[in-house]
Design a protein around this ligand. Structure first.
Ligand code: MRU
Length: 352
C-alpha cells in the first residue's frame, strides 16, 4: 500500500474556526480566522470555503459560533433564527448545507429547553464536530467502495474539486482516486480546469501534486476529443444534491461530461455521502441552481477577458439525469441501478 498525504481544510480552536482560503490556492496557503457567524456566512458565500460537504460542516460550526455569540452578548435567544437563516442564505444548491443546519437546529431546539447555556454551547460545538468526523469516515468508506470499480491501470477524468478541500478530508470522487492510488493502482488523472472558478486547475491539481498522483490538467472542452482517442477509461465526479429519482446537481460542465461518457461507452460514476441525497426533491428540474456573478466569467486571474459591455451568464451547477450515471458510490455502498425505488430502498435499508 502506498502512503497518501491528507489535508484538513479547517480547524477549530477556542471556539473560532480557521479555514484554508481557497481563493488563494495554489499560490499561497493562507488560513483565515472566522470568529463570528457572519464571518462564516461570508466565507461560504465568497467561496473562501466551498464544496458541498465542507460548506455543510462549516455551516454547522458557524451555527454553534452564532449561538455562543448570542449568549455571550446577552442577546435574546430568538436571535438564533437569524443565525440559522443567515447561514442558510449563502449558497442554494448543495443540500449538505441545509442538511447540516437542520440537524444543528433540531439539536438546538431540544437542548435549549433542557440544558443550561454553557452546556448548550458545549453540546452544539460537539455536534458540529460529530458532523465533521462523520464526513471524514464517510469519505474513507466511499474511497474503499469506489476504488474497487477502478481498473488496475486507469485513466480517470474528473471535474471540479471533490477532494480534501471540499470535505472534512480525503474527499469523495477525489477520495476514490486517492484510495485507488493508495491500493497501488496505476492511475493517471485528467483534471478539467473547471471554468470559471478553476477548482480543477487551482485545487484538484494542487491536491494531486501534493500527493504525487500522476495527472494532466486539461481545458474543459478537451473531454470529447480525449474520449474519442480512447484516453479515458472512467469518469468520476462528486455531487451537490441527488434527488429522489437519482438526478445529480454538480458543478457546471458535469452534464456535458455525462453525455460524452455515454456516447463513448465510458462508465460515469458519482461519489457522494448520503447527506447529499435530498428525498424531498423529486427530480433534478426542481433543484435551485445558483447563478453567480458575471465577473467570474468576464475576468480570469483578475484580468478582464471580455469586452466591458458583454453580458455573461454564469450558472454554477447543472443537472445530470439519472440515466446517464453508471453508479452512485456512497459510504454505505454502491447504487448501480439508479431510480427512485432503488434509492429509497437503499437509504432505508442502510439507515441513510
Ligand atoms: O462551487 P463549488 O466549488 O462549491 O462546487 C463544488 C462541486 O460542484 C463539487 O463537485 C461538489 O460539491 C462535490 S464536493 C465533494
Amino acid at each position: 500500500m502506498r502512503k497518501i498525504k491528507d489535508i484538513k481544510p479547517i480547524e477549530l480552536k477556542d471556539h473560532k474556526l480557521y479555514v484554508i482560503n481557497q481563493l488563494k490556492l495554489p499560490k499561497e496557503l493562507e488560513w483565515v480566522e472566522l470568529s463570528s457567524y457572519k464571518d462564516v456566512a461570508k466565507a461560504i458565500k465568497d467561496m473562501i470555503v466551498r464544496g458541498a460537504p465542507l460548506i455543510g460542516i462549516v455551516g454547522a460550526y458557524g451555527f454553534a459560533i452564532g449561538i455562543k455569540e448570542i449568549i455571550d452578548k446577552g442577546l435574546p435567544l430568538e436571535k438564533s433564527k437569524d443565525v440559522l437563516e443567515t447561514l442558510k442564505n449563502t449558497r442554494p444548491t448543495a443540500v449538505n448545507l441545509f442538511w447540516a443546519l437542520d440537524r444543528m437546529w433540531k439539536k438546538y431546539q431540544k437542548w435549549v429547553s433542557e440544558k443550561d447555556k454553557d452546556e448548550l454551547i458545549k453540546l452544539l460545538f460537539k455536534e458540529a464536530k460529530k458532523i465533521d468526523l462523520e464526513d471524514y469516515h464517510a469519505n474513507k468508506s466511499i474511497g474503499g467502495y469506489g476504488q474497487i470499480l477502478i481498473p488496475k491501470k486507469a485513466n480517470i477524468l474528473t471535474h471540479c474539486n471533490t477532494g480534501a478541500l471540499a470535505t472534512s478530508g480525503w474527499g469523495t470522487a477525489l477520495g476514490v482516486i486517492r484510495s485507488a492510488y493508495e491500493e497501488g493502482k496505476d492511475i493517471t488523472v485528467y483534471v478539467d480546469e473547471t471554468r470559471p472558478y478553476l477548482q480543477g486547475a487551482r485545487l484538484t491539481a494542487w491536491e494531486l501534486q501534493e500527493e504525487g498522483i500522476p495527472h494532466y490538467l486539461i481545458t474543459d472542452n478537451s473531454a470529447g476529443f480525449l474520449m474519442k482517442k480512447g484516453l479515458i477509461d472512467v469518469v468520476i465526479v462528486g455531487a451537490d444534491r441527488i434527488t429522489k429519482n437519482g438526478d445529480v446537481a454538480n458543478k457546471i460542465g458535469t452534464y456535458s461530461l455525462s453525455v460524452l461518457a455515454r456516447e463513448h461507452n465510458i462508465p460515469f460514476y458519482v461519489a457522494a455521502p448520503t447527506s447529499t441525497f435530498d428525498l424531498e426533491t423529486e427530480k433534478g428540474d426542481d433543484i435551485p441552481i445558483e447563478i453567480r456573478s458575471e465577473d467570474e466569467v468576464k475576468k480570469c486571474g483578475g484580468c478582464d477577458i471580455a469586452p466591458e459591455k458583454t453580458k455573461a451568464l454564469n450558472y454554477s451547477f447543472d443537472v445530470t439525469p439519472a440515466e446517464n450515471i453508471t453508479a452512485i458510490i456512497t459510504e454505505k455502498g454502491i447504487i448501480s441501478e439508479i431510480n427512485t425505488e432503488n434509492i429509497v430502498k437503499f437509504l432505508k435499508n442502510r439507515g441513510g
